[in-house]
Design a protein around this ligand. Structure first.
Ligand SMILES: *[C@@H]1O[C@H](CO)[C@@H](O)[C@H](O)[C@H]1NC(C)=O
Ligand SMILES: *[C@@H]1O[C@H](CO)[C@@H](O)[C@H](O)[C@H]1NC(C)=O
Ligand SMILES: *[C@@H]1O[C@H](CO)[C@@H](O)[C@H](O)[C@H]1NC(C)=O
Length: 281
């Protein structure tokens, strides 16, 4: 997966910090599972977590594998393997790759030389090894889920739908404060509120000194994200591919239109073809 300086910095902090409290009613364990499953539809085509997936998709990032598309060329696969070593005590089927994985993680190399059999090891452990699955969950959270929820906490977001939307956006746009990143889009959304914005969601945010209903904020955020997908600000993101992914924003607009704000058991969203689909915990 593509990673940013922001996620790496957060990773260092997250390793020592306790996990974010998930106590607010809109932010329970089920709501997190639903957020992960919905984004999985858009990233991987279904709601299953593919712990055993491993392939060189020739996108310049080496081997891509596991539940978050961890790559040997972007340092996140190396994070998973190190986390796994912590759980196994250090000597396991990945140990023989350590030197090469570390080298490619640091240089951002897409080479697979020295990694013969890497995908067989990954797939075998991914199918059945609980520690390896835990390692993938932990790095998905520390690098991708937690940074998005930290930004949600800073805003005071309480509803499941808005917290899940920040995760989905962070996975696609990156969580950084560049103009196309999650923090950048939040900043643009914040700046658009120049007066109170009323609503009936039951959750009111304080934005630039104004009382802003959480659903009014999310509605605006979805417009800002749509605009960015159509017109990315950074050249690097302007390949045209983002335009084809508007369905993942429309999906949240659909869930909003059905007033599905707090999630406890299931939620109805739209799949990659724009068809309603029920996702359950
Ligand atoms: C959703 O959860 C938030 C935060 O706990 C709460 O303030 C709000 O009343 C809940 N709304 C509904 C409709 O249950
Ligand atoms: C978008 O562009 C910025 C700046 O070049 C870059 O940091 C970011 O990673 C890009 N986002 C994606 C998803 O490619
Ligand atoms: C958005 O606004 C809120 C409230 O003013 C603030 O706490 C938060 O840090 C802002 N987020 C960003 C990314 O600028």
């Amino acid at each position: 997966m593509k990673i940013t300086a922001f996620t790496l910095g957060f990773l260092a902090a997250a390793a020592s910090a306790a996990p974010a409290a998930d106590t607010a009613s809109g932010n329970n364990a089920c709501a997190k599972t639903l957020a992960l499953k919905i984004t999985n539809i858009y990233e991987n085509g279904d709601t299953n977590f593919h712990y055993d997936y491993c392939e060189n998709i020739k996108d310049g990032r080496g081997f891509t594998s596991g539940i978050s598309g961890f790559c040997t060329g972007t340092a996140d696969a190396w994070e998973v393997v190190q986390q796994y070593h912590k759980l196994t005590g250090g000597k396991d089927s990945f140990s023989k790759y350590d030197g090469v994985l570390k080298k490619y993680a640091q240089s951002g190399s897409d080479s697979t030389s020295g990694l013969d059999g890497y995908c067989s090891v990954w797939s075998k452990l991914g199918k059945s090894d609980a520690k390896f699955r835990n390692a993938q969950d932990a790095i998905r959270d520390s690098m991708y889920y937690n940074p998005s929820q930290k930004l949600a906490d800073q805003l005071g977001l309480k509803l499941s739908i808005s917290r899940a939307q920040l995760y989905d956006c962070g996975i696609q746009h990156g969580t950084g404060s560049d103009a196309d990143g999650l923090a950048g889009l939040i900043k643009t959304t914040n700046a658009s509120f120049k007066a109170d914005a009323k609503g009936s969601s039951g959750s009111t945010l304080k934005i630039n000194g104004h009382n802003v209903d959480e659903v009014a904020w999310l509605t605006k955020f979805l417009q800002v994200r749509t605009n960015d997908l159509l017109h990315p600000k950074e050249k690097e993101n302007a390949s045209g591919a983002w335009k084809e992914t508007l369905y993942r924003v429309k999906s949240y607009q659909y869930a909003l239109s059905k007033k599905q704000y707090n999630w406890t058991k299931s939620v109805q969203v739209l799949d990659n073809d724009g068809k309603p689909v029920t996702v359950s915990c």
